[in-house]
Every structure is written in structure tokens, then in C-alpha cells.
Ligand binder design. Structure first.
Ligand code: SF4
Length: 476
């Protein structure tokens, strides 16, 4: 059955994956299920859990939401005190069953399971080189490349992983489980988040710290850029595998992807969003060019920023838009009218609140512009007299190659139109984005990847860079 990626309907960008690992905790599969449930927003196309009973690894995975593959009966089949799990949104590799993670690598030297989040930018080059040397791939995902690289290296397992990751360029945060060991690795730019917490006498590893609460995780910390953790019965060994490291956390994790109750590299996501809203309000106050009655956020990821805007501006924060939480995944919708209905199924304007009002509408980002336009239309149809759109991030002008599904500039309205043209397209009365420097000032950090806003990528892009250059040249 074909499912439409949310992107086409909502105009929002999607992240690729969430990973979760459990080491030495009773009922590891159940814990992983709960952890993945908290990470479901990071991927709804497929999920999987592999467990180790200390002697062998068993893996079950399937398409769709976690609840479509796992129930009590299935979880009971996954015995063991160690587990690794994954929720998937596919951008690298399709949604074929072979690409669903954890990826299992079985060999006479011992089996292991890999769960990975992010995109490897030199995947094509690595795959070609390995295929020329006899490697056979089952699927098309980057994660399988990681498995192959680890398997072909020599030395003890730490050494194998250390040598393998030195071949990788791009964004990766992954967990590897062997029968009695677990490893957690983050790329040398720290582009994707990965955190660890203690649970009883064991440990849990997660893409986001929001998953620790439900499993009673404590003493949590982030895996550092360029760090490899070995987790076994002796505790945690920290190994710095990369000499040159920097923190360039994906800014979109704070702006849009992560849950507000997660903290990434010491910054709480809700707080960061509120600060971005406050900054937007400060900019408006200084410019003195807009008058409004209420502040409305686009649910859910923009509500924190809207609260921040309201606090700073002194305007009332109102629930002008309501999200229908039971829409679920959306089928391919071929006509404009059906797409229109799709947005109205997901969002409704609260007529009594917005009628006759001048609204500051706070959203997190604009990708194609079509969703923003529909939301502005929704508010105006409900009687809003003015809609001033304020975006809690800079204009997206470049594609992301690090695990977010904006692979072409063609999809990005701000790559083709200036601010006034975008404003006109989304039928807003005014439009402002948060510039890169103001966003960093608001978040109080410069340790961010902002490549999709300014085209300065923190890694080499290999073949993808050549394609991007060609695309930009063809636009001229
Ligand atoms: S390019 Fe944008 S979406 Fe991609 S990692 Fe960097 S900040 Fe995140």
C-alpha cells in the first residue's frame, strides 16, 4: 500500500530515525518498546527491536507504527536483558523490508545488530568500493554500510568500530549490540543527538532524552561528538575515536524535530523554542511595524515559540488552531482539493477566537510554502482580519544531506523567492524569519549546523556536493 510522506501534505520536513538501546535491564524488549514509543515522532514508516539473551540475538521488525508490529505476544518472543530498537522514516534507501532496522549482521565471528540515525554523505562511494571488493548488500540503507564496514575491519570489536567509523562522513548516531556488549557512536560534528542514562544496574541509549522518563532513566548524559562508548558489565568506557571534533548539532532538532521535553547537548528544546519566539517579538518591538491582538502558534512544534512571543510582546497567547490527533498517516492524495481537505482534517481554526482579530501566527519553518498558505487561508476564512507570520527559524534555502528529507532546492520556496514573494505566496499580511545570528543569540549557542539556511555544510559532500553545484548552476 502506498503512503504519502507527511511532507507532501503538511509541507513539513521529516527526520529519518530514532534509535534506542538497553543494556543489562530485565525485560529489555518491553523497555525498548516504551522508549521507541517516546521516539515515534522521529519515524512512523517502520520499526524494529532486536534482543540478546546473552547467547543469541533475535530481531523482529515491520512496516508502520510501532503498534502495528509489536504487541504483548510479540514482545514476549523477544527475550533478553539487552536490546536495540529503531523507528524509521526513510530518506536514504526506500521503505523495503531489507532497509528496516535494526540491521542484523550474522557471521562466524559473532552476530551484531545496528540501529542508526542520520545520513552518510559518502555512502555511494563506500558502497561502490565495497561491492567492487565482493561485499553483497541486502538493501539500500546507509546502516547496512556501517554493518559491512565493521565486519570487514580487523582487531577486537572496539577496534573494528573505531576503524569503520573513520571511513564515514556525514551525520550518524548509532547503537551496536552484540550478545554481551553495546556500543554507542556519534559523528565527529555531533550532527544527530544521542544520549545515555542509567536504569537499575544497566544503561539505556536514546536519540532523545524524552525517552528516559518512561523507563526511569537517571544520571543522563550526551555522547560527545567523535565519541565511541563501549557498554558492558564493567560499566562504560569512553573512547574518543576522532582527533578533530566540533559540535554542530542540527538546528532543526531544536526548532522542529525533537520533543519539547528533550534536552540536547545541555539545552532543553521547549526553552530553545520559547527563546526563539521571544527573539521574534523583540525584533518586532524594535521595528515597531506591526500591531496585533493575539498570538497563535501552529500545533504542536510551534506552540513553545508562540508562548515566548506572547510573553515578550505582552499580547495574549490564544489557542487559535487545533490539531486533530487522530488523523494518522495520509494516503496519496492526487488532487489539490483532496490535499486541501487533508490539511483541514489535521488543523482547524477556532472561529470564536480568531474572528475579527489581527493575528501573529508563529510557525517553526517554511519549506514549500503550501502549508503556510493553507493555514493563513484557514485563519482568514474563520474571520481573522490580518495574519502576520513569524517563523522561529531562518529561511530554508539549501537541501539537507544529513538525514532530513529536503534533498533538492526545487522543493524549497525560499531558494527560489525572496521574502516579499514568499509573503505574497502564503497570502500573509507580513512575514519575518529569524536570521541565523539572531537564532544563535536566542539559543545562546553557536554550536549548530545551519547549512540548510546558509549553504555552509560542516562536512565534505562528495558526489552530493557536485549535484548541488549543478542544481544551483542550472537555476541561473
Ligand atoms: S542542514 Fe539543516 S536540517 Fe540538515 S542537519 Fe543541518 S541544520 Fe539540520
Amino acid at each position: 500500500m502506498l503512503f504519502e510522506k507527511d511532507y507532501f501534505l503538511t509541507g513539513k520536513i521529516n527526520e529519518e530515525c530514532g534509535v534506542f538501546g538497553v543494556f543489562n535491564v530485565k525485560d529489555a524488549a518491553s523497555l525498548t518498546y516504551f522508549g521507541l514509543h517516546a521516539l515515534q515522532h522521529r519515524g512512523q514508516e517502520a520499526s524494529g527491536i532486536a534482543t540478546s539473551n546473552k547467547k543469541e540475538i533475535k530481531c523482529i521488525k515491520g512496516r508502520g507504527l510501532l503498534t502495528e508490529t509489536f504487541n504483548n505476544r510479540v514482545i514476549k518472543e523477544l527475550k533478553g536483558v539487552h536490546a536495540v530498537g529503531h523507528v524509521r522514516y526513510s530518506t536514504a534507501g526506500g521503505n523495503e523490508i531489507e532497509n528496516i532496522q535494526p540491521i542484523m549482521v550474522r557471521s562466524h565471528k559473532g552476530d551484531f545488530a545496528v540501529s542508526h540515525n542520520g545520513n552518510i554523505v559518502n555512502a555511494k562511494e563506500l558502497r561502490e568500493e565495497m561491492e567492487n571488493n565482493g561485499s553483497i548488500f541486502q538493501g539500500t540503507s546507509d546502516s547496512e554500510i556501517i554493518g559491512h564496514l565493521i565486519q570487514r575491519e580487523q582487531g577486537d570489536f572496539v577496534e573494528k568500530i573505531r576503524k569503520a567509523v573513520l571511513h564515514l562522513e556525514g551525520a550518524f548516531a548509532f547503537v551496536v549490540m552484540r550478545e554481551n556488549e553495546m556500543y554507542a557512536v556519534r559523528d565527529h560534528n555531533g550532527l544527530r543527538p544521542l544520549s545515555v542514562a542509567k536504569v537499575d544496574n544497566g544503561y539505556v541509549v536514546s536519540s532523545e532524552s524524552c525517552a528516559f522518563d518512561i523507563v526511569n532513566g537517571r544520571e543522563e548524559f550526551d555522547v560527545l561528538p567523535g565519541e565511541l562508548l563501549k557498554i558492558d558489565y564493567n560499566g562504560i568506557q569512553h573512547i574518543q575515536y576522532a582527533e578533530k571534533t566540533q559540535l554542530k548539532m542540527c538546528a532543526m532538532e531544536y526548532i522542529y524535530f525533537s520533543r519539547p521535553d528533550s534536552s540536547i547537548d545541555g539545552i532543553n528544546v521547549h526553552t530553545a523554542r520559547k527563546l526563539s519566539g521571544r527573539m521574534l517579538a523583540k525584533i518586532d518591538k524594535e521595528a515597531g511595524d506591526v500591531e496585533a491582538d493575539i498570538v497563535v502558534g501552529v500545533p504542536d512544534s510551534s506552540l513553545s515559540a508562540a508562548m515566548g512571543y506572547a510573553e515578550e510582546s505582552g499580547l495574549p497567547y490564544e489557542l487559535g488552531l487545533i490539531k486533530n490527533r487522530y488523523v494518522g498517516r495520509t494516503f496519496i492524495q492526487p488532487t489539490q482539493a483532496q490535499r486541501e481537505r487533508g490539511v483541514r482534517m489535521k488543523l482547524s481554526a477556532v472561529r470564536d477566537i480568531v474572528k475579527g482579530k489581527r493575528i501573529i501566527l508563529v510557525d517553526d519553518s517554511i519549506v514549500r510554502g503550501t502549508t503556510s498558505k493553507r493555514i493563513v487561508q484557514l485563519l482568514k476564512d474563520a474571520g481573522a482580519t490580518e495574519v502576520h507570520v513569524r517563523i522561529g527559524s531562518p529561511a530554508i534555502t539549501h537541501p539537507c544531506f544529513y538525514g532530513v528529507d529536503t534533498s533538492s532546492r526545487k522543493e524549497l520556496i525560499s531558494a527560489r523567492k525572496n521574502n516579499e514573494e514568499v509573503r505574497d505566496f502564503i497570502i500573509a499580511d507580513s512575514l519575518k524569519f529569524l536570521e541565523v545570528d539572531k537564532m544563535m543569540e536566542a539559543f545562546e549557542t553557536e554550536n549548530l549546523c545551519v547549512a540548510c539556511f546558509n549553504g555552509v555544510y560542516p562536512t565534505d559532500l562528495f558526489n552530493l556536493g557536485v549535484q548541488l553545484k549543478e542544481e544551483i548552476e542550472n537555476e541561473r
